[in-house]
Design a protein around this ligand. Structure first.
Ligand code: NAD
Length: 426
């Protein structure tokens, strides 16, 4: 079987919409390929006195609607194609959320589990040095993605400000609140997902208190989604995560409902749950894939791309009626087709997890004006943006009898295509 390529998947999703929108060839061409790409080496002096060379990259997919913004991922398996896909999805995400930004993404092939703080700091600072001319609060704003922390974002901001000779806090998002971060940023992606999910449940006439969910992942997105989902009354019966020691994933199940805080106490900073301690707390420890086959109402994939595939889509229980995609690209096109045929309602990634991008935009604004809003204001603005984006997408889907993913794409691609035309690019 050919290896999964997220960029091929992102392109095929785009081409499907290009057909539906009957986009002219020039628009297809400019949107099918990133505007700019950067590839470079990052030499790091390791703690034992040697040098190790890491590969880094950044991709700007499209900035017709506004400056680029996008995640940075530190992961041994990250590739330029992961970044291309994420950058393209970032463009659509900003557009569907109606924020004036473009899509970017980048990464460094490394495993922070095995790097000291000083080695990680060098990676951050040297990554910025390589790109200083091509990033910035009005060019490309960096936000954290997998295994990238608020501390990494501070080192990057600091390096950029040293090079620029002035304070430019808007260069990175996801910084701690005590240093130019935005209130509510930490919660934003998970909360944003649940703001939209709340509306789906309302539209389906379902009381959240009578619903159950399974979540793949137990990192930032998953934990915050679970927190707010529980606050609105829902019950999560199973979560899964990666086990660094065993190099595999496990699912942790409690039929009566997981206790978020007790699981958080036995979770490492990478979102890995300690399985012995989980067993002691009465959780069943199951193979990783078990999260997808439970009899629940809602599935929330919030770990990685390529998780709901042709191979496992059929084990999704008939009870499931909503899939809310916290991760980017968790569902392959083949699996998506079957999900659509089964009539499961999908809150697609570009809409469901747009809360992080929206709040990064808020952080960029606050950094640029050097004035920071209270948490209620940030989360209130986020709720308004997510709720209105959800209704735009669901109303179009309802009106034109579209699958939710197609509806979201049609809105997003349509807006970006028009911006390219308006600017006279095509
Ligand atoms: P994170 O690093 O905080 O957590 C990732 C979680 O996924 C961890 O619990 C890890 O153990 C788990 N995991 C990794 N591989 C797994 C596997 N094969 N099976 C089961 N679990 C696995 O990352 P995050 O910030 O929560 O991001 C999760 C996903 O959401 C990513 O796809 C990311 O691109 C996407 N996303 C994140 C944000 C954000 O603001 N953090 C915004 C938009 C999209």
């Amino acid at each position: 079987m050919p290896a999964f390529n997220p960029f091929e998947m992102a392109r095929s999703q785009f081409l499907k919409v290009a057909e539906q929108l009957e986009l002219e060839n020039s628009v297809r061409e400019i949107l099918l390929t990133p505007l700019r790409e950067y590839n470079f080496s990052i030499p790091v002096r390791t703690d034992d006195g040697n040098f190790k060379i890491f590969r880094g990259f950044r991709v700007h997919h499209n900035d017709a609607l506004g400056p680029c913004k996008g995640g940075l991922r530190f992961h041994p398996e990250v590739s330029i194609d992961t970044a291309r896909a994420q950058a393209m999805w970032g463009t659509w995400k900003a557009a569907v959320a109606d924020i004036p930004l473009g899509g970017a993404n980048g990464g460094v092939i490394c495993d922070p589990h095995n790097l000291s703080p000083s080695e990680q700091e060098q990676i951050c600072r040297k990554w910025v040095r390589q790109l200083a001319r091509d990033i910035g609060p009005k060019r490309d704003v960096i936000s954290p993605d997998i295994m990238v922390s608020p501390q990494h974002m501070i080192w990057m901001m600091d390096e950029y400000e040293v090079l620029e000779g002035e304070r430019r806090a808007g260069i990175t998002a996801g910084k701690p609140v005590r240093l130019a971060g935005s209130m509510g940023k930490e919660e934003s992606t998970g909360y944003g997902l649940v703001y939209a999910l709340r509306e789906v449940l309302y539209d389906m006439n379902l009381n959240p208190s009578n619903t159950t969910a399974c979540v793949q992942g137990f990192g930032n997105v998953a934990r915050n989604a679970i927190k707010l989902y529980h606050e609105i009354g829902g019950t999560t019966i199973c979560v899964s995560c990666w086990d660094q020691q065993d190099q595999t994933s496990y699912a942790y199940k409690k039929e009566s409902g997981i206790d978020l805080n007790e699981l958080k106490r036995i979770t490492d900073r990478f979102g890995g749950i300690n399985k012995e301690k989980a067993r002691d707390l009465g959780y069943e420890v199951l193979p990783g894939e078990a999260w997808i086959e439970q009899d629940v109402d809602i599935l929330i994939p919030a770990a990685m791309e390529n998780q709901i595939t042709d191979d496992n889509v059929d084990i999704i229980s008939d009870k499931v009626n909503i899939i809310a995609e916290g991760a980017d690209g968790p569902t392959t096109p083949a699996a998506d087709k079957k999900i659509e045929e089964r009539g499961i309602f999908v809150l697609p990634d570009l809409l469901a997890n747009a809360g992080g991008a929206i709040c990064s935009y808020f952080e960029q604004i606050q950094g640029n004006i050097n004035y920071f809003w209270p948490k209620d204001e940030v989360l209130g603005k986020l709720d308004v943006k997510m709720t209105s984006a959800y209704y735009k997408v669901s109303e179009l889907a309802e009106k034109n009898k579209l699958y939710m993913r197609d509806s979201a794409y049609i809105i997003a691609v349509g807006r970006v295509a028009q911006a390219c035309r308006d600017r006279g690019w095509v």
